[in-house]
Design a protein around this ligand. Structure first.
Ligand code: CMC
Length: 411
């Protein structure tokens, strides 16, 4: 009935009007609320960008001094949560733990569940009702504040280590690194903190690097996981469930798993002299060049230039990753090869981010977690705007009506 267009993979379907993030894929431009990503990465902090994405303007000093502690003070998890995390197998993938943890978190907050509360806070919030918006904002503070705590718990449970209570007096990313407490480079900065018995502070260069990486990953308009959050959120469950759905979407190797896939690819290539052979296999379509190509960017991903610089700053502290030479040889060869040039395939944000995370000492399967934590902000910025229930149509191409065949008569 009038349904003619099937846009497989949504190559040309806009599902929403939004003023949050602007991407010009042909010219390699990314802006949050109008601000170029390059300026934000150079001058801003992650929580400042979070405020910008969610509320539409850079915070004043007064707004930031309200927002930051609201988020950071919500970092503490109920002590019962330890039992939830300890129920996972020692070798569980951290994304499986984190996806489950977001849904689990929702079970703590009855006021976030519209069916339990008896009124539709999310519909009213999208219409600007102050009480509903206040309720939504509380969930936002909680989700951003607890994202690092849940991620750190997913990290530490696999090591059989005690969980760390988020410290006071640290920025969002410093607190995260502190809770993970895995970096040998931290020892260079021993400082006795009063909170939580801390005896060190994470290296400031690594803290700033992670803050920049978080800024770059905070939002990217209608990518697969943000769309998933909106699709799930459109039927009005609590936002914890919608964020869990986004987390599951991001897990895939074509999305948040790509930086892990890049490292596996580089390890399999082993050294620069094997690059031509690898690229030949890609061209025969036997392999994928992970970290290259993008649905929207058809020239270059502006985040990849920023990240390349961050990589050098991190390597200056940690030492260069042994895979760096292979990565550079692969990068340079692909950019000169007509197969990739003609298809407009350039490095995306994930080509370098995995190398940085590896140099910082993170295990590969934790990389997608480092993507989820900042992306929670983008998901929530979109979620806060509200959408009508998303119920797409299909074009049915199956058999027309036919009579039921009993089991004994089937061929
Ligand atoms: N390696 C080899 N060939 C590729 C690649 C690649 N990484 N990406 C695209 N192509 C080819 C593709 O086979 C197609 O060739 P042909 O026209 O001959 O059939 C052509 O380039 C056009 O690609 P496409 O199919 O239109 O690309 P898409 O928009 O459907 O897919 C993508 C985008 C990101 C899924 C894809 O480029 C890819 O798989 N890249 C590797 C995974 C990756 O790095 N993902 C991270 C994306 S950035 C972070 C994020 O947002 O999650």
């Amino acid at each position: 009935r009038g349904l003619r267009v099937s846009d497989r993979g949504f190559l040309n379907t806009a599902v929403i009007e939004s003023s949050i993030t602007y991407i010009d894929g042909d010219n390699g431009i990314l802006r949050y609320r109008g601000y170029p990503i390059e300026q934000l990465a150079a001058k801003s902090s992650f929580l400042e960008c979070a405020y910008l994405l969610i509320y539409g303007s850079l915070p004043t000093r007064a707004q930031l001094s309200y927002f930051e502690p609201e988020v950071l003070n919500h970092g503490v998890m109920h002590a019962d949560a330890a039992g939830f995390f300890r129920a996972f197998r020692y070798d569980a993938h951290p994304m499986a733990i984190l996806t489950s943890a977001f849904a689990y978190l929702g079970s703590y907050y009855r006021e976030a569940n519209p069916s339990l509360q008896g009124q539709n806070i999310y519909t009213n919030g999208a219409k600007g009702d102050p009480a509903a918006l206040q309720n939504m904002d509380k969930q936002i503070f909680r989700l951003i504040g607890k994202a690092t705590t849940l991620a750190a718990m997913a990290y530490r449970v696999r090591q059989g280590r005690e969980f760390v209570v988020p410290p006071t007096g640290m920025s969002y990313t410093e607190s995260f690194l502190f809770q993970l407490d895995h970096l040998s480079h931290s020892d260079a900065f021993p400082t006795a903190l009063t909170s939580g018995g801390a005896t060190y502070r994470p290296h400031p260069v690594l803290v700033r690097a992670l803050d920049i990486l978080f800024i770059l990953h905070a939002d990217h308009e209608m990518n697969a996981s943000s769309t998933t959050v909106l699709q799930t959120g459109s039927s009005l469950p609590d936002p914890y469930s919608a964020i869990a759905a986004g987390c599951a979407s991001l897990y895939g190797p074509l999305h948040g798993g790509a930086n892990e896939a890049v490292i596996r690819m580089l390890v399999s290539i082993r050294s620069p002299e094997n690059v031509p052979e690898f690229l030949a296999a890609v061209k025969r379509r036997e392999k994928v060049l992970s970290g290259f190509g993008h649905r929207v960017y058809k020239t270059s991903d502006p985040r990849s230039f920023i990240i390349r610089k961050v990589a050098d700053e991190v390597f200056a502290v940690t030492g260069a990753d042994p895979l760096l030479n292979t990565a550079m040889a692969l990068h340079d060869a692909a950019l000169k090869d007509d197969y990739f040039v003609s298809r407009k395939l350039a490095p995306n944000v994930d080509f370098w981010s995995g190398l940085i995370y590896r140099a910082m000492g993170f295990p590969m399967d934790f990389f997608p977690v480092l993507f989820v934590v900042p992306r929670v902000v983008g998901w929530l910025a979109h979620w806060r705007q509200g959408v009508k229930i998303w119920r797409p149509r299909q074009i049915y191409v199956g058999p027309s009506e036919r009579p039921y065949v009993p089991l004994e008569e089937r061929q």
